[in-house]
Design a protein around this ligand. Sequence first.
Ligand SMILES: C[S@@+](CC[C@H](N)C(=O)[O-])C[C@H]1O[C@@H](n2cnc3c(N)ncnc32)[C@H](O)[C@@H]1O
Length: 414
Amino acid sequence: MAKSTSKKSKATSKTPSKTPSKPSTKSTSKSLPPDDDFDIDTPESMSIVWLVIPLLVALFYAWFLQQDTTMPAVLSKLFNSNALVEDSELYDLRILTDRTVFNVVDLKGKGKGAIAARDIKQGELLIQESPLLTVPDEPIPESLLTPILQDLTSAQSKALFSLSYARLKTEKDEKVNLDTKTQTPRERYLLAEGIVTNNAVGIIRNGQRTLGVFPRMARLNHGCASAYNLAYGWRGEDEELRVYALKDIKEGDELLISYIDSRQPREGRIQKLQEAYGFTCTCPVCSLPPKESEKSDELLSQFTPMYTKFARWYKGTITGKEAIDIMNEIWQLTIATGYVRERGRWAQEAAYVATVHGDEDSARQWLKLAVKWMAIETGEDSLKTSNLQFTLDNLQDHPELASKEMMDVGGPIV
Ligand SMILES: C[S@@+](CC[C@H](N)C(=O)[O-])C[C@H]1O[C@@H](n2cnc3c(N)ncnc32)[C@H](O)[C@@H]1O
């Protein structure tokens, strides 16, 4: 009240200089004042502004409450009509920061999928996401899931129920109404259970293996071996899932992760994907013509026996030099197959071999490679990358340096 009074007196004091010399004719006029007479700072217009602003805020709030959505979704709509993020995905504010990276679109034979909206650089962080919900990594009973579903906000619920499922855990002949507005609590549970099973990712929380649903990441389809271009992982130190680009990706390419260990021949991959996710993989590697597919199978099937051979070094049945030779063969295999996912870990293991045999030069070369690839897969600032960088910077203080017989084991041939 006091404020508006002082405004009024201030405005009133201005009036004389604006008042035309013949006030009687003007004051009776109902028409709009001429432009040069219009002054927003007059007492009348100020009081209108002060009335209109709260009214607009109230109207906006009333409209927002009707929207069944989140404030960021509304803001995103208002300020960025080209935003690539659907309202249903906006249960986590950080999603707004990755909205220019990919579009979620319908893809023939796959449901939805993510398509790069621009060129993406190797090592770029593409998704950073908190779990929408978590459940223990075991069968999910109705008594556990129902209260979790009841606790979801409307945006979270929308995000969850927009996801895909492969099969529902129904009793014989049981029909399930899929309309979330009219379904019974049991039908809602069955649908949610199917969605969680099809989309959840294994994470470690409080030392326990847990399943988490991450709706943004859940749109990523599967590709085998060289076909997938992203690496995902749970970052325990920040309690969030991160997805990084393993390779340079062109605008328009589909973004793919690997749901299974795809270092195996086609038949095994197809069977595993069918059992766990209910689809027959049609990725570029699974769609190779027969001759090329045979060649690809032959190469991919070499990874496991080669790594088994390398691991004999831990038991002392092969020398450090032999172990490093095998690791270099594995590295060549990653080049031949385009399977680059585990390079960071493999280089780290080779660095350890070189370290304990006191071959500091080779250890440093392997550690540099390990830092590079761990940063691509898990980020430059991840605990894994930082630990490797620390080992590289402080190799001379490594507690196991030269703890086995001294040997020149050899560095990476890349
Ligand atoms: C985690 S979801 C991926 C996103 C899903 N396409 C969607 O529409 O939300 C897993 C499901 O996607 C489909 N899918 C994933 N990768 C596929 C592929 N390579 N070929 C065919 N279908 C695939 C399968 O239906 C699978 O059960």
